[in-house]
Design a protein around this ligand. Structure first.
Ligand code: URP
Ligand code: ZN
Ligand code: ZN
Length: 466
């Protein structure tokens, strides 16, 4: 039996903040007890003791939106499951939910098998999969039932990217109807891709080829319109809906209105929309390409609505949409034509820290930090209370977090396999110190002690908000 006791820290979950020691045995949390109590003192014999005095003891982060090795725009996201999960661990994330991709003309099963082949035996933290539907047909719809049964319980559809991942409204409605029947959760990339493609063509014809035009053609109204349409389609189908990477104030308003009406509609935003803006997309010398993602970064004024949405629970989750492409040889593919810049930003290592900074900046409480980064993503995607909290019976995925350490985010020091940081030079207070994944130390006092293959595939239950 392996036994670890974490002593002296402030345990923060979405529900509570308590000064307690935590007993871990064989990969699970066994008990919490007040510092100095007889119970806690009795745990130490034969145990490895991790001293968390003056530190926070928080659940490992659950990042419900990553794209390791995603094929996009003629290249692949530059983090493998090995490099990406190692970087996640450095940043205090102990579970990722990545997107397996159905290729057009292929079965879901083929896509899922391909994702297992990429991930299995390579991850240093636990992982699960959503499924991207890029070809909704009779066979696909039938396959959805089997996937839900085996623990792939959420399906991403795209209203954007015609000819690649795009589904039309009829396909979306059918997939939603299927999910309504089998307990699956539809995740929506809500942008009107057909209209966007017209604007892309017109911009390029007018000689507007720089990265900043990526943000200009992917208009706020086209995110809001698609969000509205997705909500109405979900209502017709009687299915729940989770809108991914929400960036525009007007899209948050659509979600808020739906939630006020009592609909099972959920929204996620990402650190890039909370901390970056179109100012970054406009950086000279093609540097703006580093910030090309979809939905795009918005003018800074949208950020207040996103923070407010997180506080009022109109947005429930912050995931990264980690999808890194190197500036030198991948973002470069779109020099002279912004529509060829691979879409996506790195961030899996930065999310917990950036959100802690948001606590210090007064945007969130500490418990809401843990809620949107750990507990709610775990509940949303059927992983709670195994993941997302520190409670008897939970996996001992635990982070000792130093709330006072200072750090400067930089590509020179990060562990993601990408040649730039979207947050280069940003000064942050707070840093991950030690990370346990199922009781095993994967990061100890800022030294990586994990290994590829420790991470287990986690079949998921269905959404726990329904
Ligand atoms: O720009 C992004 N978000 N790239 C990843 C694919 C997606 O749409 O999530
Ligand atoms: Zn998307
Ligand atoms: Zn994504």
């Amino acid at each position: 039996m392996s036994r670890t006791v974490i002593t002296g820290g402030l345990v923060i979950t979405a529900a509570d903040e308590i000064h307690a020691d935590v007993l871990v045995e064989d990969g699970r949390v066994i008990a919490l007890a007040a510092h100095g109590s007889d119970a806690a003192a009795g745990w130490r014999a034969g145990a490895a003791v991790l001293d968390a005095t003056g530190k926070y003891v928080i659940p490992g982060g659950v990042d419900a939106h990553t794209h390791m090795e995603l094929p996009f725009g003629g290249t692949f996201a530059s983090d493998t499951f090995e490099t990406g999960t190692r970087a996640a661990a450095w940043g205090g994330t102990t579970t990722i939910v990545d997107f397996a991709v159905q290729k057009q003309g292929s079965a879901l099963r083929e896509g899922l098998d391909a994702w297992h082949a990429k991930a299995d035996a390579r991850c240093s933290i636990d992982y699960a999969f959503h499924m991207i539907l890029s070809d909704v047909n009779e066979h696909t719809l039938k396959e959805m039932d089997g996937l839900v049964e085996e623990g792939v319980t959420s399906f991403k559809l795209f209203m954007a990217y015609p000819g690649v991942f795009y589904s039309d409204d009829g396909q979306i409605l059918r997939a939603m109807q299927r999910a309504a029947g089998n307990g699956g959760l539809i995740m929506m990339h809500a942008e009107n891709g057909i209209a966007i493609d017209v604007l892309v063509e017109q911009a390029l014809k007018a000689g507007k080829s720089d990265p900043r035009h990526h943000g200009e053609v992917r208009k706020v109204l086209l995110e809001a319109e698609a969000t509205h349409r997705a909500i109405q389609l979900a209502r017709v189908a009687g299915s729940p809906l989770y809108v991914v990477h929400v960036s525009a104030e007007e899209a948050v308003a659509e979600l808020a209105q739906a939630r006020d009406a009592g609909l099972p509609v959920f929204g996620e935003t990402c650190p890039q929309y909370l901390f970056l803006s179109t100012d970054n997309l406009a950086e000279p010398d093609f540097e703006g390409a580093k910030y090309v993602c979809s939905t795009p970064l918005r003018p800074r004024e949208h950020q207040a609505a996103l923070w407010r949405g997180l506080r009022t629970d109109d947005l429930q989750v912050v995931s990264t949409d980690h999808c890194p492409f190197c500036f030198a040889d991948q973002k470069e593919l779109g020099r002279g034509d912004f529509s060829k810049i691979p879409n996506g930003l790195p961030g899996v290592e930065n999310r917990m820290d950036l959100l802690h900074q948001a606590v210090l900046d007064g945007h969130l409480t500490r418990r809401r930090w843990i809620d949107i980064a750990c507990a709610t993503p775990a509940r949303m995607f059927g992983l709670y209370p195994r993941k997302g909290t520190i409670a008897p019976g939970s996996d001992a995925d635990i982070v000792i977090y130093d709330p006072e350490a200072r750090q400067t985010l930089s590509a020179a020091t990060h562990h993601m396999n990408v040649d730039y940081s979207a947050y280069e030079g940003k000064e942050i207070t707070g840093r991950v110190e030690t990370v346990l994944s199922r009781g095993e130390t994967v990061l100890k006092a800022r030294e990586f002690t994990g290994h590829a293959g420790h991470g287990q595939y986690i079949p998921r239950g269905t959404c726990q908000f329904l």
